[in-house]
Design a protein around this ligand. Sequence first.
Ligand SMILES: NC(=O)c1ccc[n+]([C@@H]2O[C@H](COP(=O)([O-])OP(=O)(O)OC[C@H]3O[C@@H](n4cnc5c(N)ncnc54)[C@H](OP(=O)(O)O)[C@@H]3O)[C@@H](O)[C@H]2O)c1
Length: 511
Amino acid sequence: MAPTVGGNPLRDPRDRRLPRLPDASALVVFGVTGDLSRKKLIPAVYDLANRGLLPPGFVLLGFARRDWEGHEPFIQFARECAEKGARTPFREETWDRLASSIRFVKGSFDDDAGFDRLAAELDSLEASHGIRGNAAFYLSIPPSAFPVVLKQMERTGLADEKAAGGWRRVVVEKPFGHDRKSAGELNSLVDDVFGPQDVFRIDHYLGKETVQNLFALRFANTLFEPIWNSQFVDSVQITMAEDVGIGTRAGFYDETGAARDVLQNHLLQLLALTAMEEPVSFGADTIRAEKIKTLRAVSLPTDLTSYAIRGQYEQGWLAGERVKGYLDEENIPATSTTETYAAVRLGIETRRWAGVPFYLRTGKRLPRRVTEIAIGFKQAPHLPFDATDTTELGHNQLVVRVQPDEGVTLKFGSKVPGTAMEVRDVAMEFLFGEAFTESLPEAYERLILDALLGDAMLFPDNAEVEESWRIIDPLEEFWASTKPFTYRSGSWGPAASDEMLARDGRRWRRP
Ligand SMILES: NC(=O)c1ccc[n+]([C@@H]2O[C@H](COP(=O)([O-])OP(=O)(O)OC[C@H]3O[C@@H](n4cnc5c(N)ncnc54)[C@H](OP(=O)(O)O)[C@@H]3O)[C@@H](O)[C@H]2O)c1
């Protein structure tokens, strides 16, 4: 007999158009009082509940060292986070249902008794919610706390599926180490406690609809794939720009910098999805296999001085407000050489991409918040027009707008109406917000749901993480003996970055 979903013989489990509901299970959040949990995780859980995507036996279990007695103060805390941060409207009936499944356990990471209470609470959820031993542990905690929390989980058997009688998974937040060596150590630490198939590493960019749309754009159409190669593509620019500064995360940021914070994960993942070959099927293993092949083919420029540029913001103006320079930010040492901007030219040594530069850039205090992938095509080999007719014609360009104004823009030349034959760039736009009625879910909604479903397609694996560090480590090593260039807040980064492209006869796109 054909497999069914939830006993429904009319439903094909392979049908991805229908929402899938996870098994009854607990989502245990360590660091539940932290910034990420307050702003993203709790609101995403509420949004999932509101969309009817959580199973009846779902439990949100917070673990924190707050002096909260019983479950009620945490329920109140979670309500405030949901009211403030949720994407979908706040509805009392959704909340009441969710609130009845929220639990709290008090404890600190080095406190054995706290973890024993957590294990006992999980056991008790069998009887009250029928979770059948299923639990996902979300480590929304400082990376330095990973070893102690994992050891506690090992000690109390929290990761032991056999003893639990259900599945046990762990969700890990970035940063995954600060270089290849530490990432390898972290991976083996996690692998000692959980099986590789039970580890879900979050790169929230992969949870974005616009990023997943790259699969549809490339592999569901006939139009783009034939020209997605060095024969037609001149260069690719991948940009993640933020208008904000470092906010309240000075300590973390000053140790990390833009390359480790964004280039190593988000930008290299976007590069891998843009450049990878077509997977043989649409599953976690097949997609990861293609991404890792692409990352392994990434080459660094030999001349790092010219093609690996980093910068640090100085004071300036943004949105009509005067803003401080990086060195004047609270808790940043006046001698800091941490970069807030990084740009690099990478190559991909495959038949498809050899010779096509991939320019990656990220920075803080740039003029606007925008993430996009711009594929620049080669100019037509011959233009049967007078040179003056095409002065306003640039390269054809396909721009995937990851955020905001999510969508795709195609830029091409068009005749300007009139008696002359003048050709000028025009843009054809697809906007998610106009084409579809449903507003785009937050990345964390999708990723939390997928972790509960055990679908690892949108989570990078160990090999990808370590391969990404192979690309970043030489840059960090080179930069360690240099000082970053400076750039004015509100500008598009240091002049050296513009010069990097000018040297190649190109320029950065103004998003
Ligand atoms: N915030 C973001 O936007 C963001 C984005 C991407 C990745 N991340 C990653 O997500 C993780 C969490 O980040 P975050 O910004 O939420 O950090 P955070 O605001 O500093 O929160 C850390 C959490 O861990 C708890 N904690 C720390 N030491 C503890 C201990 N010994 N015992 C019990 N609880 C302890 C804190 O509890 P107290 O409240 O009691 O101090 C707090 O709930 C980090 O790995 C970070 O790199 C964060």
